[in-house]
Design a protein around this ligand. Structure first.
Ligand code: DC
Length: 222
């Protein structure tokens, strides 16, 4: 199979798309690009420089003087900001919220989407994100929208945190998930949205293996 323009997996936070995308990439021998990590790195950069995540002018100026790089090491994707590897800090809850905010800005989206487009075209990678199929590589015929109910996504997050020894509050997590979904799907520019020609994968009652098989079968059928 030839995935010239890349493979797009979009969907809300916690639907399982990054797990599925990583397995698909491995099975097909292609790179995997976590586009959320790029928004998270930019949010971290703005926060550490004291730049407001909603100030378009200041963020644009920050973008112009910041060197953002995606590197692939043996253990996967790394994000470098001005030569410093910031990968270890990107999964923090506050950085996720910051990424959702900063991603509303057109200047951020244009810059990062441009880098993502180039990586997709050069490496035929599997990209996971929010608007990959509608905005970053709409030309690819290989598009998936991976979702699950907010309640199921909250339960999964609770289980993940419990495994780490934490005592999470389900209601609070559910509220955060609903707020993030709303913010990601109601921004003016390139919101989270299922592409018309994307295959819908609802993982609410599916195992990861079942979801992976569904994606692989759909790829073969296209
Ligand atoms: O997938 P994630 O949780 O790492 O993404 C963090 C935020 O970044 C998400 O809430 C919205 C934004 N984002 C985006 O706008 N477009 C992408 N392709 C990926 C992430």
């Amino acid at each position: 199979m030839n995935f010239t323009n890349g493979i797009a997996l979009d969907g809300p936070a916690g639907a399982g798309k990054s797990t599925i995308a990583k397995i698909i990439a491995k099975r097909l021998g292609l790179p995997y690009l976590d586009t959320g990590a790029m928004y998270r790195a930019m949010a971290l950069c703005a926060l550490s420089e004291g730049v407001s995540l909603t100030d378009a002018e200041k963020v644009d100026e920050l973008l112009n003087r910041t060197d953002i790089r995606v590197l692939y090491e043996a253990d996967g994707q790394h994000m470098l900001i001005n030569g410093t590897d910031v990968t270890g800090r990107l999964r923090e809850e506050e950085i996720g919220k910051g990424a959702s905010l900063i991603s509303k800005l057109r200047c951020v989206r244009d810059k990062l989407a441009g880098m993502q487009r180039q990586i997709a075209h050069e490496t035929h990678a599997v990209l996971d994100g929010r608007e990959i199929g509608t905005f970053v590589i709409p030309e690819t015929p290989y598009k998936f929208f991976v979702t699950a109910t907010a309640e199921e996504r909250a339960m999964r997050r609770v289980r993940q945190l419990e495994e780490k020894g934490e005592k999470p509050d389900y209601e609070l997590i559910l509220k955060d998930i609903i707020a993030r979904d709303y913010q990601d799907s109601h921004r003016d520019y390139a919101p989270l949205k299922q592409a018309e020609d994307a295959v819908l994968i609802d993982t609410t009652h599916m195992t990861i293996d079942e979801a992976v098989e569904t994606v692989l079968q759909a790829l073969e059928a296209r």
